[in-house]
Design a protein around this ligand. Structure first.
Ligand SMILES: [Mg+2]
Length: 200
């Protein structure tokens, strides 16, 4: 059985529109989705960005998130097949209770939940095999530690998906489920860090 790490924002639900609307309302800054080609958001000062992200993680906003079509069904299928599901979100620890309530409300089963800022090291501790996460920074760090990556493709992770065969990218959860499942199957290819590609 495999062990899956599962991000929330921009992975289980479309987070960007919420962040963009908060940035616009609070600071008059527009953050067009299609122009966001990098992980860093330079249009906002660091403290402005922090304030916006914090507001996206209010109880109201956490509980209002609508999962991507097919996401819950895919994770239910993986969990029912016996795979370990670790839900991991880069948000303050005090949001964990609301996050757990949201996961229950959408019917997403999991074995472990962590809201914190040490995502990849926690995945290493838990022996995660595949990290499903949209952040190119997290995906690259996970790859360096021998995990496979998978993501919904967004403008900010397109380049990584194109260049690292160990990161599966998909346009939606129907395709993501189909592409990730062979990686979870018993006897799937042993996991390889990028540095091992091409070695004899
Ligand atoms: Mg995310």
């Amino acid at each position: 059985m495999s062990r899956i790490g599962l991000d929330i924002d921009s992975t289980l639900h479309h987070y960007w529109d919420l962040l963009e609307s908060i940035a616009e309302r609070r600071f008059g800054v527009s953050l067009p989705y299609e122009s966001q080609h990098d992980w860093g958001i330079t249009e906002l000062q660091p403290d402005q960005l922090r304030a916006c992200v914090e507001e996206t993680h209010s109880e109201h906003n956490i509980l209002g998130a609508e999962p991507y079509a097919g996401a819950v069904e895919a994770v239910r299928g993986w969990h029912a097949a016996g795979h370990f599901v670790h839900v991991t979100s880069h948000r303050a620890p005090h949001t964990e209770e609301a996050t757990a309530r949201w996961l229950r409300s959408i019917g997403l089963p999991y074995d472990d939940l962590r809201c914190s800022y040490d995502k990849v090291s926690r995945c290493v501790e838990l022996g995660i095999d595949v990290l499903v996460d949209d952040s190119p920074v997290n995906l690259a760090a996970a790859r360096e530690r021998g995990m496979l990556g998978a993501t919904i493709v967004h403008p900010w992770n397109r380049r990584l998906v194109a260049h690292d065969p160990g990161v599966v990218g998909a346009g939606d959860w129907i395709e993501l489920r189909r592409r990730v499942e062979p990686l979870l199957a018993p006897g799937a290819e042993p996991l390889r860090a990028p540095s091992e590609h091409g070695r004899t």
